[in-house]
Design a protein around this ligand. Structure first.
Ligand code: PLP
Length: 422
């Protein structure tokens, strides 16, 4: 049992450098977050050694008494947190959770109606070369060109035309709340099941800051690593009537042994998500995204940078660069140069190709976890707006300095050591 640095110095070095990258830069990818040490402890634990095909109390392997405890805690806490009748905590990822739901409730060739990828949907909602797009008939809905918002009358019209078996609400890039009651009404009107993929906003739901889709939907899926702030994985919540089908679609339908070390980490994250401190963090997450939007609107207008839908109700902002000389790739690269990590993102009806795109998706969850307050988010927003302005080249050093000052003000994983100077 030699230390990693001795067994594999190259991997140890990559881990150390990644820690330092996270400590030194501002992580603003909207789907990312920082897990607490308690979750890292689970993920690096001996639970990784254990085979546990099946479910707590009904395993195909002996010696499952302690992983049963961990998995049952994860299940019970997920149900309590979101008010769900049934929870399956075994999906290895969000995309696999979604695939399992389709596998459980649909037959190949059935119609799924979800938000189009280029308008903010996720690739597991029917992208052509994703398994969802290959196995099922996809009837996408879009956002309105004038508002960049989902128009529920459009959703209703398409649903009546295409008669989906599954109506899917949820997104990877959208800045407003969805009307779950109306989605339910439409699903009922056409005899569809309603699925909500709350991967992005699950943390906001857990904190009571976003409507909870669970009372409306047949099935709700989520990742466990975005706003909810746990380790990388998936979660499925559903009504009791679908429980057996969902469980058997995960195992043996598409997975063998569950990742019990990851599941223990999910249990810890759900426990944390019930705390007042978590609620306060989610409030800062939304307020922080709103501060970013304000600064981008103020500082960007002069040079063609604006914000889709004019602001945000959630944890992310979509910068619209359609009127800017900068494309998404150039904007992403500039921010990288000053120490801010974001991802470029197509805006709806994007005139530029997807690999370049005309948008940026900028998220607040990781910085909120790091302790950023609203005034810090205003400062970050000012730095971003300046970075996207024509003055960038002359101000680069100053902007990078301001990023470093923010990173120093809110140390990350300080107990794991401080980063060596860049
Ligand atoms: N669903 C939505 C809405 C997402 O945004 C994502 C990931 O970004 C996923 C599912 C997929 O999650 P994973 O990357 O864990 O497969």
């Amino acid at each position: 049992n030699k230390p990693l640095a001795e067994v594999d110095p190259e991997i140890a070095d990559a881990l150390q450098r990644e820690l330092e990258r996270q400590q030194r830069t501002l992580e603003m990818i909207a789907s990312e977050n920082f897990v607490p040490q308690a979750v890292l402890d689970c993920q690096g634990s001996v639970l990784t050694n254990k085979y546990a095909e099946g479910y707590p109390g009904r395993r195909y392997y002996g010696g499952c008494e302690w992983v049963d405890v961990a998995e049952q805690l994860a299940i019970d806490r997920a149900k309590e947190l979101f008010g769900a009748e049934h929870a399956n905590v075994q999906a290895h990822s969000g995309a696999q959770a979604n695939t399992a739901v389709y596998h459980a409730l649909l037959q190949p060739g059935d119609t799924i109606m979800g938000l189009e990828l280029a308008h903010g949907g996720h690739l597991s909602h029917g992208m052509r070369i994703n398994v969802s797009g290959r196995l099922y008939d996809i009837a996408p809905y879009q956002v309105r060109r004038e508002t960049s918002l989902i128009d529920m009358d459009d959703v209703e019209r398409i649903a009546k035309e295409r008669k989906p078996k599954l109506l899917l609400a949820g997104w990877s890039a959208y800045t407003r709340q969805l009307d779950f009651a109306r989605f339910r009404e439409i699903a009922d009107a056409v005899g569809a099941l309603l699925m909500v993929d709350m991967a992005h906003f699950a943390g906001l739901v857990a904190a009571g800051l976003h409507p909870n889709p669970v009372p409306y939907a047949d099935v709700v899926t989520t990742t466990t690593h975005k706003t909810i702030g746990g380790g990388r994985g998936g979660l499925i919540l559903c009504r009791e009537e679908h429980a057996r089908k969902i469980n058997s679609a995960i195992f043996p339908g598409q997975q063998g042994g569950p990742l019990e070390h990851v599941i223990a980490g999910k249990a810890v994250a759900f426990k944390i998500a019930m705390s007042d401190a978590f609620k306060e963090r989610q409030r800062r997450t939304i307020a922080g995204a709103q501060a970013l939007a304000t600064e981008l609107l103020e500082g960007g207008a002069e040079h063609g940078v604006s914000v889709l839908t004019g602001g945000t109700d959630v944890h992310l902002v979509l910068a619209d660069l359609r009127e800017s000389e900068l494309d998404g790739q150039q904007a992403e690269d500039r921010l990288h140069e000053v120490g801010i990590t974001v991802n470029r993102n197509a805006v709806p009806f994007d005139p530029r190709p997807p690999m370049v795109s005309s948008g940026l998706r900028i998220g607040s969850p990781a910085l909120a976890t790091r302790g950023f307050q609203v005034d810090d988010f205003h400062e970050v927003g000012k730095v971003i707006a300046a970075t996207l302005s024509p003055a960038f080249e002359t101000r680069k050093a100053e902007l990078a300095e301001r990023v470093s000052a923010l990173a120093d003000k809110h140390p990350l994983y300080a107990h794991l050591g401080t980063p060596t100077p860049a």
